[in-house]
Design a protein around this ligand. Structure first.
Ligand code: PLP
Ligand code: ZN
Length: 424
């Protein structure tokens, strides 16, 4: 490997100091790269937080905007990020779910972190907002991604707001709600004949081709920046609990990036002294029809064997999850687990959450709630501890999943008809 002689242009991404390899620790300057030149391991952001005083940092966060930029001092973004045009996602409700807790038998406090209210109605706005700043810093003019659906909409909307071109790639057979949501922002939307893993492979090819020059793929060549957005879920949960760690978290797994970075965020809060240093358990949730990480966890394997997805939880349908091994590591290290539920169990869980808490989740939310129930039944999750379940998307985007739900009755507009229908 040649010694780097050309000075790298310095970019201002706040406290982000370098990219560091998760496998071998090799460091490179901040840039649009995602794989280690030494060992091909994934690169992630390394920070310099050394100047922070705990009390001042807490006060600065608490007086910040009611969106993810209150945590700008902990993210790879410039200090003036909140002044630039972006979608300002985050600071979503942490709902105390007492009625759901009663149904599930949780006595230690159950919370739903409800990310359905983000600007494009999924947690993806958090990660895209980081990638957008990186794209600006590196001078990209087109924002792109490979998507299981929600990311496409988040990229389209963020690019529209920022005045960038967007061109996103999705499997051709996604839910109509997600296709429309991705197309409406005016960018280019391309359906690929294949599943997400085929889409992802195609995007990697495009990055190496002149046709992809000037393109920032939020989850490929901007992945180290993108991924950091998931830390904001950890920050918000702890701040909303009064700067306390929950005992247990149930997190959905697609590529596994979100779960991995939630763990990173929690560890940072502990290291910075913003929360007390105590154990927490992270549980991963998959659909049975795409459960490569859950299968590896149960088999005691360190490697994840790819699967061909077949499930209604399309937002989680990644058969070859990039962060799978790291998820296994975190679940085992923290004393958590990875579990999966069937499509009918997902639908039941969507309805259970809606009926008990008034939250209409997309299929991914059905996966986490369904898995929570299953983990309680198996004894893996302790119902006497504080538990946070993530809902990462909006049920309006996956209406087909609950298509059988509809009118209780159709009646003539008179009382007799009302009584005849048994509604009195
Ligand atoms: C993308 C996505 C996730 C998590 O994805 P990871 O690749 O594991 O970070 C979770 N829920 C929904 C609804 C998503 O769209
Ligand atoms: Zn390396």
């Amino acid at each position: 490997m040649a010694v780097q002689t050309v000075a790298t242009p310095t970019v201002d991404l706040g406290p982000a100091a370098a990219l560091s390899c998760r496998e071998c620790g090799h460091r490179v300057p901040l840039g649009p790269v995602f794989a280690c030149e030494e060992c091909f391991g994934p690169l992630e952001i390394a920070y310099d937080f050394s100047a922070y005083d705990t009390d001042k940092l807490r006060a600065r966060i608490e007086s910040g905007p009611a969106n993810i930029w209150r945590y700008a001092p902990l993210l790879p973004v410039p200090a003036d990020v909140a002044d630039k045009p972006n979608l300002n996602p985050g600071w979503t409700p942490l709902v105390k779910a007492d009625r759901l807790a009663r149904e599930l038998g949780v006595t230690g406090g159950l919370f739903v972190k409800d990310d359905s209210g983000n600007p494009t109605h999924s947690f993806k706005d958090r990660v895209v907002a980081q990638a957008l700043e990186a794209a600006r810093a590196f001078g990209f003019t087109t924002l792109s991604c490979s998507s299981t659906g929600n990311l496409a909409g988040a990229v389209g909307a963020a690019a529209a707001r920022a005045g960038l071109r967007s061109c996103v790639f999705i499997p051709h057979d996604l839910e109509q709600g997600k296709v429309v949501m991705a197309a409406v922002y005016g960018g280019e939307l391309v359906g690929i004949e294949g599943n997400y893993d085929d889409v992802n492979r195609f995007c990697s090819e495009l990055i190496g081709d002149p046709a992809g020059e000037g393109w920032g793929f939020v989850n490929v060549n901007l992945r180290p920046y993108y991924a950091e957005g998931s830390k904001t879920l950890a920050y918000e949960i702890c701040e909303q609990l009064g700067w306390k760690l929950p005992d247990q978290l149930v997190v959905p797994i697609a590529s596994g990036s979100q779960l991995t970075k939630i763990d990173k965020g929690l560890k940072e809060l502990i290291a910075l002294g913003l929360v007390e240093d105590k154990p927490y358990k992270i549980f991963g949730a998959q659909a049975e029809g795409c459960s490569p990480v859950s299968a590896a966890f149960k088999a005691g394997h360190d490697v994840v064997r790819p699967q061909k997805p077949d499930t209604i939880a399309k937002s989680l349908a990644i058969g070859n999850p990039a962060d799978g091994p790291y998820v296994l590591d975190i679940a085992r290290r923290t004393g958590g687990a990875v579990e999966d539920v069937t499509d009918p169990q997902i639908v039941d869980a969507i309805k259970l959450l809606a009926r008990t808490e008034g939250i209409f989740a997309e299929t991914a939310g059905g996966v986490t709630v369904g898995v929570t129930r299953k983990l309680i039944e198996s004894g893996a999750l302790d119902p006497s501890l504080t538990t946070v379940v993530l809902n990462t998307g909006d049920g309006l985007k996956t209406l087909d999943a609950v298509a059988g739900t509809g009118l209780t009755a159709t009646i003539r507009p008179n009382l007799d008809s009302f009584r005849e229908a048994g509604l009195a």
